[in-house]
Structures are given as structure tokens and as C-alpha cells.
Write a protein that binds this ligand. Sequence first.
Ligand SMILES: Cc1cc2nc3c(=O)[nH]c(=O)nc-3n(C[C@H](O)[C@H](O)[C@H](O)COP(=O)(O)OP(=O)(O)OC[C@H]3O[C@@H](n4cnc5c(N)ncnc54)[C@H](O)[C@@H]3O)c2cc1C
Length: 332
Amino acid sequence: MATYRVQVQDTAEMFDVSPGETVLEAAIRAQVKLPHECTLGGCGTCRVKLAAGSVSYEEFPMALSPEEAEKGYALACQARPTSDLVISLPRVELTAPTRQQALITDIVERGRDVIHLSLALPDLDTFVYRPGQHMNVLLADGSHRSFSMASAPTGNLADFHVRRIPGGRFTDELLPQMQPGDTLDVELPHGTFRYHEEDYRSVVMVATGTGLSPVKCILESLMDDPDCPPVWLYWGMRSEADLYLHDEIAQWGKRLYDFRYVPVLSRPDTSWQGRRGYVQGAVVQDHADMSEHAIYLCGSPNMISTAKKDFLDRGASVDHIYVDGFNFQSRA
Ligand SMILES: Cc1cc2nc3c(=O)[nH]c(=O)nc-3n(C[C@H](O)[C@H](O)[C@H](O)COP(=O)(O)OP(=O)(O)OC[C@H]3O[C@@H](n4cnc5c(N)ncnc54)[C@H](O)[C@@H]3O)c2cc1C
């Protein structure tokens, strides 16, 4: 096995990948910054474009479709070079993350298993982030848990929707014990998921569960904006009781230019009058041709993987699909 050289087109940085290493592992070793999050091939944050060269995978990653691979995209956390590479990164100007002590200003239960959390960052005058980004909560054992900002930037405040995972160290054991006035160690903002205003296309947003958070943040930032494109929002949940923000979303159309909201339930009661089944199924029923849409997929990695396949089959462009996979983080 050989050592291969990787050149980052955007920054002219170079590093070598030793036999057996992934592109991301080698970049971290060489202190070259590549965006990444889950490191398991599930979230898609480390997607790069191969301007030259080729890679292989031990196991084809969940957050990459064969169509994306064919068009020259690769996931740096799983890709092993099979030649020298030239890679290019998504172009985003991002605020560097900093460690902060966040003050809990509000914490309430919503729906069956969601905690609405409001935080203030007393050491910052303004919390600057791009809608779609997330924070990392730092735990005492050195691991972290990620949660997307669920409100558009406002002063030094931000809201979050945290799903309680039964047995989850942070969401089930620590957070429910906390109250206003308590503090959390956090690092923020993180992530490259964002709205792409340069697309000039109608938007289809598909969220499962608290995958609604980054979607809400983006849509709030587009409210009353004359350049807001037509938006379809599909929100997948199990039952009506899970739709923890249903009434509020139903009002968003008043401030978004052309907004359609479609809740989709996989296990509804007989009384449910709305759409049934898996959320991606409802999207393909409504959109036979997806070639002209910008598509945002947030939440369950399984939904994201299936939706990508289904939408690519209907002509969606790999260059206009953006994903924010909520991977599990207990091993971090
Ligand atoms: C970029 C990013 C943004 C995220 N944003 C949000 C957000 O805004 N809101 C939100 O609620 N979550 C979000 N998540 C998911 C959240 O970080 C994880 O669910 C986290 O692992 C929960 O931490 P925990 O300590 O409670 O559970 P852990 O102790 O990490 O896990 C306990 C057990 O539950 C399983 N588990 C963990 N998470 C899930 C899950 N989501 N579904 C099913 N099983 C799971 C684990 O595999 C493990 O077996 C995000 C994840 C990422 C990567």
C-alpha cells in the first residue's frame, strides 16, 4: 500500500495520507482543517469534491449516494485514496467556534418527548451563526452532544429542540434535571449546513422529529424576505401528539412568500385527516419531477439515505441536495 498526497484546492494546503488512513484522519494529523462532525459517514458534513484522483471505501457511507460519488463527491471521513488527490471544499465563511458558558433561561417540555431549551450567552454581545449550524454541549467525560439552533440569530440568545432519547446520558439523564439559572459548557457555532440562496430554486425541506430545528432556524431567517423562494416543508412524525410545533408552523405562511406545510404521520390514529406513511413517500407523491428543486434533508440518517435515493430517481440534482444527519453520539 502506498502513501498518497492530497492537495486542498481552495487553500493550497497539502498533506500525506499513510496506508490505511482516511483522508480526514490524515488531515487531522497534519492539522489541516476539513469540516467534519460524526466521522462515521452518516452526517455528510465532510463531503468534498474530488477535482482529481480517486478514492475507495471499506463500506460505502450512508450519507453519500452512488450518484454523488459518480459526480466526484467523496466523504473525507471514510474515503481512502487510491491515487494522489486534489480536493475542493464547500465555500462557506464561518465564524470560528468558541467555548462558552451558556445560561439556561427557559426549559419546558413540548409534545411527548421534546425539551424546548432557551440559552443566553452572557460573554457574547451577539451570537453570530449561520442558520442551519449547531452547538456542541461539552460533557464532563470529554465527549460532546450536538444540537441545532432552532431560532434565527437574535442578540446573544438561541433556542433548541432536544429530543429525549430513553437512556441518553445528556437528553434523558442530565438535561431534565436542569432548570433556569443553571449553566452548560458549550462550543459554538459548528457545522456547514446552511441555506443556499445562490440556488434560485424552489425549496423542498424534509425533516423528521427535531430535525425541524435547523429548518425552523433557516425559515425564520427568510421571513418577510422578498427573495424567499417557494418553500414546501414536509415534517415526518409518528403520531399527531408528536407534532410539537404544528400550530406555530401553520402560521408561517403569513410571513413566507409561498409556503406549503405538509405534516406526515407514520403511525396516526384513525382520526388523522392528513398525510400518512413515510415522509419521503409524501414528497414523491407530490413531486414527480424534482430536477428544479433545492432539497434540504434534516434528522434521521435512515430517512436521509432513503429520501436521497428516491429523489435522485425523480431527477433531483446531487449539487442541490443538502443534508444534516442527526447521528447518535454516545461513542464520541
Ligand atoms: C449535527 C447534529 C445536530 C443535531 N441536532 C439535534 C437537535 O437539534 N435536536 C435533537 O434532539 N438531536 C440533535 N442531534 C442528535 C443528538 O446529538 C443525539 O441524539 C445525541 O446522541 C443525544 O445524546 P444523549 O447523551 O442523550 O444520548 P447518548 O448517550 O448519546 O445515546 C444513548 C443511546 O441512544 C441512542 N441514540 C442517541 N441519539 C439517538 C437518536 N437521535 N435516535 C435514536 N437513538 C439515539 C444511542 O445510539 C445510544 O444507544 C444532532 C446530531 C448532530 C450530529
